[in-house]
Design a protein around this ligand. Structure first.
Ligand SMILES: [Fe+2]
Ligand SMILES: [Fe+2]
Length: 474
């Protein structure tokens, strides 16, 4: 199924046949471009960036690479092909034909799910907008911009659903998505992690590793939705999302690689000496990891949640890999372990499975996130350095759910307030850590050159050499 690029809005949803919808989206389009000019990557309007653009939804060859000026990127609407005879695969409507229209009684919940997902997309562009000014290489600058334009496209994906299926409310929500601002006191983005600043490239790589991976898990569970257009939209978004997590994993890996090389050259693990050599010490990397991991834990929502039960029961949002689960896909009598604090300890209790679906998704996520940390540890091991990075306990530094009521260490000990005060700067980045990392950030913009604190990648993008001119500044 190819994409029509002769249209003002590239799409594979037959937009030309629906004039009302086409007009509405063509009206939203200049507002999106205004938002991009205001809140998109700083000072980047004239750059030619070697970007991939989706030209098909065929998994075998969907991307085309070429130089593009970012405001001219062809943001469009791409759904994976409909699956003949697809059913609602879980909840009370299990076995019914998947919905091609919004079921009236679930309209506001469905809209809420779409708006919450949609809001994260422009938020991350806003969070990352200054990073181009301190890029460690042209290769990294290009990757940042690739992530940014695709988050912009993900906003289009959700706005299409709002316009196509939710009438006037949908149009209003689409406007509001361009009005909220990450970190704004009066009109912030909906979810906490998307209001945190992303001030430096270590934070950017941690964000794309941990927080874009939350995106993956949310999209995977929405890709199971009984509302077929949402499922098909999310499936294609996941194709793009994989690169964002690659940028994060390889970015952190290259920072670790460079730090270990310098530690071996200097034969030291002294933080002051490592920092004086202009690379990021492993304890600081661990603290950034703890921060981004814990902030992302909260994105999955409260451990026990009646909304989660409703979204599942009504067929709107499934589990990760729902159809591969070996159970009745209704979960009415099942239970699932969640954590609580009792008498100064974290204990496991069984909650009704339907209410614990946020926790289930969080657990699926943790398994995946931990696997990448193990791959980072292999880089350290290979350099012969006896340091092991680890994910903090999932109860650490929570701001949402019952676990947020207590102070909990990265190893899962419930702490007195004084212990937390005494130790938290060992566990979370201090202002001084952030200032140090910030002090390393400077712009490296010559093909093939890399900042001192990060190793070059093993290979370039789309089989281009590492010293390719991924961005031309004009
Ligand atoms: Fe996204
Ligand atoms: Fe992403």
């Amino acid at each position: 199924m190819s994409i029509d690029y002769s249209e003002k809005i590239p799409n594979n949803v037959g937009l030309a046949e629906n004039k009302t919808l086409q007009r509405a989206l063509e009206h939203w389009q200049p507002e999106f471009i205004n938002w991009w000019q205001d809140m998109g990557p700083d000072d980047s309007r004239n750059f030619d960036v070697y970007l991939r653009t989706a030209v098909s939804v065929d998994p075998g060859g969907w991307a085309h690479f070429d130089y593009v000026k970012m405001p001219d990127y062809r943001w469009g609407i791409f759904l994976t092909p409909a699956e003949a005879g697809r059913k609602v695969n879980f909840g009370a409507h299990k076995g019914e034909a998947a919905w091609q229209e919004v079921p009236g009684e679930y309209r506001s919940n469905l809209r809420r799910l779409i708006v919450t997902q949609g809001d994260t997309e422009p938020a991350s562009v806003e969070q990352q907008r200054h990073l181009g000014l301190t890029c460690p290489s042209l290769y990294d600058l290009r990757n940042l911009f690739q992530v940014n334009v695709e988050e912009g496209r993900h906003l289009w994906a959700m706005v299409y659903l709002l316009h196509a299926y939710f009438g006037r409310d949908g149009r209003e929500e689409a406007e509001a998505l361009l009005e909220r601002r990450s970190g704004d006191a009066d009109n912030p983005r909906i979810l906490g992690a998307f209001n945190e600043p992303t001030p430096d490239w270590l934070a950017f790589f941690m964000f794309t590793y941990f927080t874009d991976r939350d995106g993956k898990y949310q999209l995977c569970s929405l890709a199971e939705s009984g509302f077929d257009p949402l499922a098909r939209t999310c499936k294609f978004m996941l194709t793009e999302e994989a690169h964002h997590m690659f940028v994060g994993e390889s970015g952190v890996g290259r920072i670790i690689q460079r730090t270990c090389e310098v530690m071996n050259q200097l034969k030291t693990d002294d933080v002051a000496k490592i920092r004086a050599a202009g690379v990021i010490d492993l304890p600081t990397i661990q603290r950034y990891l703890n921060f981004h991991f814990s902030v992302t834990m909260d994105l999955f929502g409260a451990d026990v949640s009646s909304n989660a039960a409703t979204f599942y029961n009504t067929g709107l949002k499934g589990r990760y890999e729902e159809t591969r689960q070996d159970d009745d896909h209704q979960l009415n009598d099942a239970s699932y372990p969640t954590l609580e604090i009792a008498e100064g300890e974290i204990i496991t209790v069984q909650a009704p499975y339907l209410n614990a679906l946020n926790e289930r998704l969080r657990d699926d996520y943790v398994r995946d996130a931990v696997a990448g940390i193990e791959r980072w540890n292999k880089i350290i091991q290979k350099q012969g350095i006896p340091v092991v990075l680890s994910a903090p306990h999932k109860a650490f530094n929570r701001k949402i759910g019952p676990l947020s009521a207590s102070r909990i260490s990265p190893t899962g000990q419930v702490l007195a307030e004084a212990d937390w005060t005494h130790h938290h700067l060992d566990w979370l980045p201090s202002a001084e850590d952030r200032a140090f990392v910030g002090s390393l950030m400077g712009r490296v913009a010559e093909p093939g050159k890399f900042a001192n604190w990060i190793a070059p990648p093993a290979r370039g993008i789309n089989n281009q050499p590492v010293d390719f001119a991924y961005v031309r500044f004009n």
